[in-house]
Design a protein around this ligand. Structure first.
Ligand SMILES: [Zn+2]
Length: 433
């Protein structure tokens, strides 16, 4: 373009631009605010939401917060303790039970990711069986649609207890979604504007960064999480409802008849006063007192590391605190080994890398690898031999076991070629106790 043409172009463009201003401006539609929520809860199964319903009752009734719930599966496996339906038919029933339970707390935004119940303690089994990529895409979509301030989900980690792989999968996917929903390169078709009026593919959502992520755990020992997050009392009486939060949560669980019908019938027949009397002994309560919302992390704001005191109220504003260099120094090394190194692999190794990747420096971790085992079962311990860069490796694997426990496979001599990774497992027969 020569100089004259450029001037003419600018002139014409200037006139056109003025022309647009002179006309009535086009209205660009914003996000659908009916779907905005303050809290997004992501769990694995119908009835899992019950782990945090005392907190949700507090947030909904007395803090006037809005909530949406996502279930990973529709709960098609396990027993039906109420009627005859099983499998896919029971999933149809449990989806409705979950929606009704949420509705009791006024939660009407409920979605299901389409994962399948996976009975194992290994999160990798669940992620594979759910369809990791598709579930993540769907969850990022829901975060961008609901634009939550805080997210609450299952703890991604291994602790003695139920340690359900599906629970952990919900925690892994949600942590990933927390980090991806604001990334314009993650699932970009969700963010792309419509290319035509009847757009069937591009979704026109907006990027979104939730402020904080919290976890809850199915570990047997809940006391180990004290001080690692926001503690709240389930016995506190709701000022607006005049009932303790645990009672509101218990009433909300009433639709889950396929899971614990006898208990539900027993306390459904009691009035509030009788049920409070029966629950005055805390050993009968379903929840710990206090409960802890385990702090995961707060989002980075404008490139600056913002640290929040982990025990703060979830809705307290993030306070900029100096980074704790100690926390960074304590990180395990992630670079490849120069000599052979042997470690426990599988989900344990995955979580070591996952915590680093997602900056979960403050997340509680068991002091050593731990898992609950069933008498008479076989425990498989995944072993990962990391590539010895310089030389081939020979090693001898032995195990120390309690009396009566027996290693059936996986011990003995191994040779690993230079530059290769090897994974195998040691199987241990647990005695009947
Ligand atoms: Zn569950």
């Amino acid at each position: 373009m020569n100089r004259l043409a450029k001037v003419l172009f600018l002139l014409v463009f200037g006139i056109l631009a003025t022309g647009v201003v002179a006309q009535e401006s086009q209205k660009i539609k914003g996000p659908d605010e009916r779907y905005n929520v303050d809290i997004l809860v992501v769990v694995a199964h119908p009835d899992d939401e019950g782990a945090v319903t005392p907190y949700l009752a507090r947030a909904i009734y007395d803090l006037h917060k809005t909530v949406a719930v996502v279930f990973g599966t529709r709960g098609g496996s396990g027993g039906n303790d109420y009627r005859r339906e099983h499998g896919p038919a029971m999933a149809d029933v449990r989806e409705v039970e979950a929606r009704q339970a949420c509705a009791k707390l006024g939660i009407d935004k409920v979605w299901f990711l389409g994962g399948k119940d996976t009975a194992s303690q290994n999160v990798l089994n669940s992620l594979a069986n759910w369809g990791h990529g598709q579930s993540l895409e769907e969850l990022v979509r829901i975060v961008r649609l609901t634009r939550p301030e805080i997210i609450i989900t299952w703890l991604p980690g291994i602790f003695i207890g139920e340690n359900h792989g599906d629970h952990q999968a919900a925690g892994v996917l949600t942590t990933e979604a927390f980090d991806l929903a604001n990334d314009p390169t993650a699932f970009p078709a969700q963010l792309a504007a419509a290319s035509k009026r009847l757009e069937p593919y591009l979704e026109n959502l907006t990027q979104w960064q939730p402020k904080k992520i919290y976890y809850f755990s199915d570990a047997n020992d809940q006391k180990q999480f004290a001080g690692h997050g926001f503690a709240y009392s389930v016995r506190e009486v709701s000022p607006s409802q005049k009932k303790p939060y645990w009672l509101l949560a218990m009433r909300a669980a009433q639709p889950h008849l396929t899971q614990f019908p006898e208990e539900i019938h027993r306390w459904a027949s009691l009035d509030d006063e009788a049920i409070q009397k029966a629950m005055s002994d805390s050993s009968h309560l379903w929840w710990s007192e206090p409960e802890t919302l385990i702090f995961g992390k707060a989002a980075r704001v404008s490139g600056v590391g913002v640290r929040v005191r982990e025990t703060d109220d979830p809705f307290a504003d993030a306070v900029a605190l100096p980074q704790n260099p100690q926390a960074i120094e304590d990180l395990p090394l992630s670079s490849g080994p120069t000599k052979t190194s042997v470690r426990i692999g599988g989900p344990w190794e995955f979580y070591d890398a996952f915590r680093i990747k997602h900056g979960l420096w403050q997340l509680p971790v068991a002091p050593g690898p731990e898992i609950a085992v069933k008498p008479g079962s076989v425990l498989a311990i995944p072993i990962h031999v990391l590539r010895p860069i310089l030389v081939p490796a020979m090693f001898n694997l032995t195990v120390d076991l309690p009396a009566g426990w027996k290693a059936t496979t996986g011990t003995g001599q191994y040779s690993v070629e230079r530059g290769t990774d090897s994974q195998f497992r040691v199987e241990i027969q647990i005695p009947e106790l």
